[in-house]
Ligand binder design. Structure first.
Ligand code: PEP
Length: 256
């Protein structure tokens, strides 16, 4: 059961870089380095405030994504950003449920579900992040956690609604994020296959087969390839390594 979608590589810049000048430099370098890449979808998710300044009206094939979105449409929600605002800035994707949001901002599965619904309603393509902690992994609870996160996140969302967007799931084992200890392709494959079969049970086999599932967690240019070519993932979510233009370009090229 493997999707034939073209690979998608997502850069999550997190709270980096520290100046607009650096952000522009990084974005331009990546754009130049990847200008001939056609068979891979490249998405850069910078901090919100850089989004309008990096929107170059499609001069490069790089797509813009946000790192989060609020679930309400508008109104008195100090500090929050709506889905419509993101669309207006040229954003096409949004990361939802990243483990850092869950950990530092207490985002529950219920919140993730609301954010997914909002993104889908505004045709912002959601990148839903799920994954287990080291403790859960050691206790043999990986599947249980993934199933819970998926079932709750997708509650009362029809496959039709997901189908009309480029909905993507990212398997991100928390213990592998930013630690330099990437999950082995074999172990990641077991989780990826489980995610696909869980989605198949929630919806149907055809939908699950066509779904793009990404791997994220300490990916670099040396270890990227096997996740795509051996472990049946359709793309990668890159944190730290996306802040170095050369390294990120190498990663994209290695899977294209
Ligand atoms: C992430 O935070 O989504 C991520 C994959 O980070 P890193 O590549 O730095 O492990």
């Amino acid at each position: 059961m493997q999707s034939m979608n073209k690979p998608i590589v997502v850069a999550n810049w997190k709270m980096n870089p520290q100046s607009l000048a650096e952000a522009k430099r990084l974005f331009d370098s990546v754009g130049k380095g990847l200008k001939d890449i056609k068979n891979t979808e490249v998405v850069i998710c910078p901090p919100f405030i850089y989004l309008p300044l990096l929107n170059n009206g499609g001069r490069t094939s790089i797509k813009l994504g946000a790192q989060d979105v609020f679930w309400e449409k508008k109104g008195a929600f100090t500090g929050e950003i709506s889905s419509k605002m993101l669309k207006d800035l040229g954003c096409q994707y949004v990361i939802i449920g990243h483990s850092e949001r869950r950990r530092y901002f207490n985002e529950t599965d219920e919140v993730v579900n609301k954010k997914l619904k909002t993104a889908l309603a505004t045709k912002l393509n959601p990148i839903l992040c799920i994954g287990e902690t080291q403790q859960e992994r050691k206790k043999g609870k990986t599947k249980e956690i993934l199933k819970r996160q998926l079932t709750n996140a997708l509650e009362k969302i029809s496959d039709f609604r997901l189908h009309t967007s480029d909905f993507v799931i990212a398997y991100e084992p928390i213990w592998a994020i930013g630690t330099g200890k990437a999950c082995s392709p074999a172990e990641a494959k077991r989780a990826g296959d489980f995610i696909r079969s869980t989605v198949s049970n929630i919806y149907n086999q055809k939908f699950a087969e066509n779904l793009s599932i990404l791997y994220g967690g300490s990916v670099n240019s040396q270890n990227a390839k096997p996740y795509i070519f051996e472990a049946d993932f359709q793309g990668l979510l890159i944190g730290g390594a996306s802040l170095k233009a050369k390294e990120f370009i190498k990663i994209v090229k290695s899977v294209s």
